[in-house]
Design a protein around this ligand. Sequence first.
Ligand SMILES: CC(C)(COP(=O)(O)OP(=O)(O)OC[C@H]1O[C@@H](n2cnc3c(N)ncnc32)[C@H](O)[C@@H]1OP(=O)(O)O)[C@@H](O)C(=O)NCCC(=O)NCCS
Length: 328
Amino acid sequence: MSDANLHMRAVDLRRDLDAVADLIDTCFSTTLDKDGRDYVRYIRRMANYARFLGQNERMPDRYAVPLNGWVWEQDGRIVGNLTLIPHRKQGKHVMLIANVAVLPEYRRKGIGRALTEQGIASARVQGFDEVWLQVRDDNPAAEHLYRQLGFVERSRRTTWLAEPGKALSHLQVPDVRVTNRRNEDWLPQQEWLETTYPADVAWNLGFDAERLKPGLVPTIKAILGDLPFRSWSARWEHRLLGVASWEPSTSPTDPVWLAAPPESEDAAIRALLPEVVYALRRRRKPLTVNYPAGRAVEAFQATGWRWHNTLIWMEIRLHPETGSSILA
Ligand SMILES: CC(C)(COP(=O)(O)OP(=O)(O)OC[C@H]1O[C@@H](n2cnc3c(N)ncnc32)[C@H](O)[C@@H]1OP(=O)(O)O)[C@@H](O)C(=O)NCCC(=O)NCCS
């Protein structure tokens, strides 16, 4: 405890950001993807900006992505970090813990545990309802730490990736026909989406089924030249097997949302994904599907989609009895 008092303090945006970026670079060097590298670059830009600010000046709004959290300082340098990102989830205030990292030479001394305990305590005093984090399923050390602290697994999700030119753009599935989605497909699609992207998962993916709804707004957007989402349906004879919707985004990859019942998801994925890849070939941007881990693995592989990662989503409930928050 005295150790923690001596070494742990809140992140100071004006002086810590370069060291935090270095730490994330070092500790996640083998797993950092394009999103992660962009994030580290962003922290470095913020660090540059923060250096020019006076003591009482606020960061401008465009740099206001939250970078709160805690660092562990020892031997004159920052050797551990934990980031806290507040979110809203179905009317609740939830705190996401990210970037838990300790330099290799300082590991197994209790620093990771102390930082995570501090993250949970901060969320608790600020009145957050839940604390969430994600850990790769091939990171048993971190998973063990979080379980010891009381985090409970809520879901396991795999991200599948289609890189331009690598995923298949043609795959005939006998008797299955793929067309643009019909309006009447929306009701079953909506129902299937709710099971593939349940509320406990949707908030963190930024998924909102309402955006995929057919109607006037997407049609007007298309007429105005905006990039609207696009959806395709797979049918066997007259039976709907599944629906895929693509949503353009400003991230390095665009998400594709898959909706299919378990009995036809294999055929639906084999028929739909090559069609999506073909239809979007000129965009030349990687596509991702976030899907329950372990499901339809062969179908993704058969269509040339690559496994990117599998994340365990874990949670601690802080105020389960009230379900409400004291935050304004
Ligand atoms: C995960 C990480 C932050 C742990 O930091 P740390 O300071 O070494 O952790 P602690 O010393 O506080 O260990 C706490 C518990 O974590 C678990 N743990 C940590 N390292 C472990 C290892 N190599 N193998 C198995 N369990 C391990 C143990 O349960 C340990 O408790 P114990 O020592 O009583 O057995 C650190 O290994 C790290 O920075 N890894 C790379 C980045 C990373 O993967 N971050 C997690 C992202 S979700």
